[in-house]
Every structure is written in C-alpha cells, then in structure tokens.
Design a protein around this ligand. Structure first.
Ligand SMILES: [Fe+2]
Length: 234
C-alpha cells in the first residue's frame, strides 16, 4: 500500500521530532503494510517554509536506511494566493515532481476565493488534491461543498483515522458518507507521532471494507496513488 499523507521528516513541521523518531514511525508504517510513504510536510507561509532541496536531502538520507518503506517527495500546502509561485520556485513541492498538488484548508473557517484559487492552479496545469476533506467544518454543514469541488476536478484524500473517530464525530460521519458515495480517491495516515495511526490501520481498513467494494479499496490504498506517482491523468 501507499500512504499518501505523512509528516515523516524530522524537524520540518509539527510531525517527527528527530531522525530516530522518523525511523520508528517508518518501521510502524512497514508493519502496517505500507511499502511507500509520501512525505507531505506542511508548507504554510510564515510558519513552515522548508524549501524543497532541504527536504529532498532528508528523504535521501532516510531512504538509505535498510528495511523501511520508500519515502517520496511531496508537500501539504496550506492554501494561499501565492501557491503557484511557491511551486514554480521549488519552495513547496508537488507529489513526486508530477503536476499533482496536495493542499489543505483552514479547518473552521472558509477560505475566501477558494474556487478562484483552485482555478488558478488548474490554469497552470496543476491538478489539485484536497487533504482530508472530511475534517473541514464546512463539509460537515454542507456536503454539497464537496460535490462542487469534485465537479471542479479536485481529487479527495481522506485520512484513515477519520472512520475511527480520531478527528471527532463530524469527520467520522462525513467520511462515511464520502465512502458510501465513492468520493474518496486516496487514503493517507497523516501520521505525526509514533504509536498513533499506524497501529490502527488494520482496524480502519476493516471498517472501510464494510462500506466500500474490494476494487474501490484497492484504488484508494494503492492503484490511484501509483497512477499519480507516474504522473498519469486519472
Ligand atoms: Fe497533514
């Protein structure tokens, strides 16, 4: 399986706090059944701004360790009006240097000019992927919000922990509805710490498999991510 969302790199954001901790988290990922983990460190203006080349160096170092999943370059970009510039200047990163871009939104308030900003990404040939759509309060209040983004071509990456209630009741209900409507394209752990989500992946997969078909499950855990890593259009 491919984990599409992780904060696995040490001392880049609020994720792993040391190189040793990154190795521990990665060995948990291996035990949970992941052979590839996409590193999606936060990129947020005035908060987390480690440029691509520095994160690439860390990935190279961790990938030289034996017996751990392969780490792949990416970012989780807190949406802002300069996102295209950040990508073109190799500050923030696309997924595996393709045109796919993982972004997140404020959890509790609406992002002004959201559709205009998404369209700006698309006009520049980027393909937007929304991180954990089920976690935003707007998604809980108005499911149509998600359908509108879907119609714009936004890809949805849900978190494994949501179905387990790790992000509260609203996220749990919303992700269930998304699974039932086949709206989840990709799954990610959004791991920040050891002994958090990875030991619970099996439990999450069990719950998801009750409301998704086996082929949907294969797509969400593996196939769609593989296509994205190859830069193919979905
Ligand atoms: Fe995240």
């Amino acid at each position: 399986m491919i984990d599409f969302h992780s904060h696995i790199l040490p001392n880049i954001d609020d994720g792993s706090r040391s190189y040793e901790e990154s190795k521990i988290i990665l060995s948990e990922a291996k035990n949970a059944g992941f052979d590839k983990v996409i590193s999606t460190s936060h990129y947020a203006l005035n908060c987390f701004e480690t440029p691509e080349y520095k994160r690439e160096d860390l990935i190279e170092e961790l990938n030289s360790e034996k017996g751990l999943p392969t780490i792949i370059l990416g970012s989780e970009i807190f949406l802002n009006y300069t996102i295209v510039d950040l990508l073109k200047e190799y500050k923030a990163s696309t997924i595996n240097k393709t045109n796919y871009v993982l972004f997140e939104l404020p959890l509790r308030h609406q992002f002004p000019n959201l559709k205009i900003t998404i369209n700006k990404l698309k006009e520049n040939n980027y393909i937007p992927i929304l991180a954990h759509p089920e976690r935003y309060s707007i998604s809980h209040k108005k499911f149509d919000f998600l359908l509108e983004l879907k119609d714009m071509g936004v890809i949805f990456q849900a978190n494994y922990g949501s179905i387990l209630g790790m992000y509260g009741f609203g996220a749990k209900l919303t992700v269930k509805k998304m699974f039932k409507n086949n709206l989840v394209d990709l799954l990610g752990s959004d791991v920040h710490r050891p002994n958090s989500i990875y030991p619970n992946i099996e439990k999450a997969l069990d719950k998801i498999s009750r409301i998704s078909t086996p082929s949907q499950l294969d797509d969400m855990t593996c196939n769609t991510a593989e296509s994205i890593l190859r830069g193919e259009y979905l």
